[in-house]
Design a protein around this ligand. Structure first.
Ligand SMILES: Nc1ncnc2c1ncn2[C@@H]1O[C@H](COP(=O)(O)OP(=O)(O)OP(=O)(O)O)[C@@H](O)[C@H]1O
Ligand SMILES: O=C(CO)[C@H](O)[C@H](O)COP(=O)(O)O
Length: 299
């Protein structure tokens, strides 16, 4: 963690909606005049799509498993190194994993490949990460320790699978069978690496549908925001003004002492109301830390 170079991470499984909710964060950054550098979790995959297909085959041959949720397929030490480096210097590097033709064409590349790493220098206000592993901790690596504001994006699992299946088949060119097989193959890593993160987050946003999602593998459409509620759980966040949120968000209520529920259609508003003051606090701490360093270097 670093007051001078703060890091915000939105962490969630594949299909949870971390990319979708990035728009809410970007809106807050614009409103507060913050310049962020955005890092995508998928850029820390170790393999291109073609290489990963080969790794899956090799693993199967020896009776083992590899998935995008785990440490075999993702470079956790490199992710931690990047977070540490940004905290200490405000510098770093980014690349993109190109999922679709639309994403790949501007780079003259194929889907399932990475763009080259590009360095960025000082001058950003904060680093914003969205992806699978913003709060990961293993025996060797601790990514979570570098994050100043850690947010979990966690639809209940049936909804998460529906979102993944529909997105992967419509946008990423995978078959339903392939996506279902991926979900099955990823389950062990899901439990080992993905879910433990949500006990380290400051806030979790958990979308819960109010329509029947009992067979996610046959679902034809993603339940809409209006067909859901969002459960918002706070952990180690001080001075949460629940009364204010309850007054501002029509239809919201408390379900536990640290948990608020809002109608799905109010998710964007809830995110803005809750996150804006927290991000403003990070910026104030940053300004103070920068002032202190300037003052010390003047001595
Ligand atoms: N709140 C929401 N309401 C309706 N649809 C949503 C919501 N959040 C996400 N989706 C849909 O779910 C799908 C997956 O969302 P998104 O691409 O943001 O997931 P992701 O967490 O970034 O996944 P990945 O890490 O695999 O790229 C998309 O089709 C998106 O439109
Ligand atoms: O979203 C994911 C993980 O977060 C994808 O499963 C992973 O990035 C592989 O992508 P693709 O299926 O497009 O090759």
């Amino acid at each position: 963690m670093s007051a001078r170079n703060p890091i915000i991470a939105v962490t969630g499984s594949s299909g949870a909606g971390t990319s979708t909710t990035t728009a809410s964060f970007e809106h807050i950054f614009r409103t507060l005049g913050i310049s962020s550098v955005n890092i995508e979790g998928d850029s820390f995959h170790r393999f291109s799509r073609q290489e990963m297909d080969m790794e899956k085959r090799k693993a199967k041959e020896v009776g083992s498993n590899i998935s995008y949720f785990g440490e075999l397929a993702n470079d956790f030490p490199e992710l931690e190194k990047q977070f540490r480096n940004y905290s200490e210097t405000g510098k770093g590097k980014i690349r993109h994993y190109l999922h679709t033709f639309d994403e790949a064409v501007p780079y003259n590349q194929m889907p399932g490949t990475f763009t080259p790493w590009e360095e960025f220098g000082e001058g950003t206000d904060l680093l914003f990460y969205e992806g699978l592993h913003g709060g990961v901790v293993t025996d060797e690596t601790n990514v979570a320790q570098h994050v100043d504001l850690l947010i979990g994006m966690v639809p209940i699992v049936n909804l998460e699978w529906i979102q993944k299946i529909i997105r992967d088949t419509n946008d990423r060119g995978h078959s339903r069978e392939a996506v279902s097989a991926n979900i099955v193959r990823s389950m062990e890593d899901y439990i080992s690496f993905i879910t433990p993160q949500f006990s380290r987050t400051h806030i979790n946003f958990q979308r819960v549908p109010t329509v029947d999602t009992s067979n996610p593998f046959s679902a034809k459409a993603i339940p809409s925001l209006d067909e859901s509620f969002v459960v918002i759980r706070f952990r180690e966040v001080k001075n949460v003004d629940f009364q204010y949120y309850l007054r501002m968000i029509d239809g919201s209520f408390m379900s536990r002492i640290n948990t608020m529920v809002v109608p799905g259609g109010k998710m964007g508003l809830a995110m803005e109301l809750i996150l804006t003051p927290l991000i403003r606090d990070l910026m104030e701490r940053k300004a103070q830390a920068t002032q202190q360093i300037d003052w010390m270097s003047d001595l």
